[in-house]
Design a protein around this ligand. Sequence first.
Ligand code: CP
Length: 306
Amino acid sequence: MWQHKHLLEISHLSAQDIEDVFVLAERFLNFMNRGVRKFPALKDYSMVTLFFEPSTRTRISFELSARNLSANVIHFDTSSSSLQKGETLYDTLKTLDAMGFDFMVVRHKWIGAPHWIARNVSARVINAGDGTHAHPTQALLDAFTIKYFLGTLQDVRIAIVGDILHSRVARSDTVAFLKLGAEVMLCGPPALLPAQMKREKVLLTYNIDEALNWADVVIALRLQKERQKQGLIPSLKAYNRDYGLTPERLSKIGRKIWIMHPGPMNPGVEIEPVVAESNVSWILSQVKHGVAVRMALLYLLAQVKN
Ligand code: CP
């Protein structure tokens, strides 16, 4: 039975918790596929989204999910808030908490910011990405998407390719996939692939062709372009040559391999547009499933009273 007031990281959830989210998400997805988009479940609840870093899909997906469940939704605009007048983050959070929000959805560059917020407010807190540390709802929707199409994650081989070092998605995905019985191979250039991420059922390789030949599913990560300025990769062109998901590279595998990307993408760097839009790509399904998964999560968190 679901007992979590907050979702701060995927490691706090059991495999059963994740399955509970999936069962409910699939129900919401089926309703939505039949054109039913509005549910009264959270009509007495309110949610504020606090994004101190840019976002398109996570923020909009959370806001749509909460609205689909009839919650009141407010976006906190950091650039026009009293933070600009010097109000501290602590006072800002206390102020919002005093307004009685039931959910705070937080993205912040500081690792552990959502954990700190959860200790200081009475609202339920959801981590929408903290620095390079965790992005638990991305992991839930990625795992849901694999299960939706393949029926299971048990023994599924999932390669995650790119800037593993700085990727909160790679960290949270790996934890979720292992909990559900998958095997993971992490692949990237030596400077972006930390050796300490190797463990049971997690393989490491610098060679993308090895990863693609091994995998059933490959997740390409966004290459953050500042990595080139930091000297961690020689050039974007070289990165595309050595780690890009190109039609030529994929055609050499000689079998179907499913393609995922958490977004936002750098077309022509980590993935070619023709691959992202091909019939083996689940990228837009990830986005669609994210709404159902977040609806399920909000519904379950709401069951745990303050
Ligand atoms: N996948 C993801 O977190 O995308 P956004 O940065 O657009 O929210």
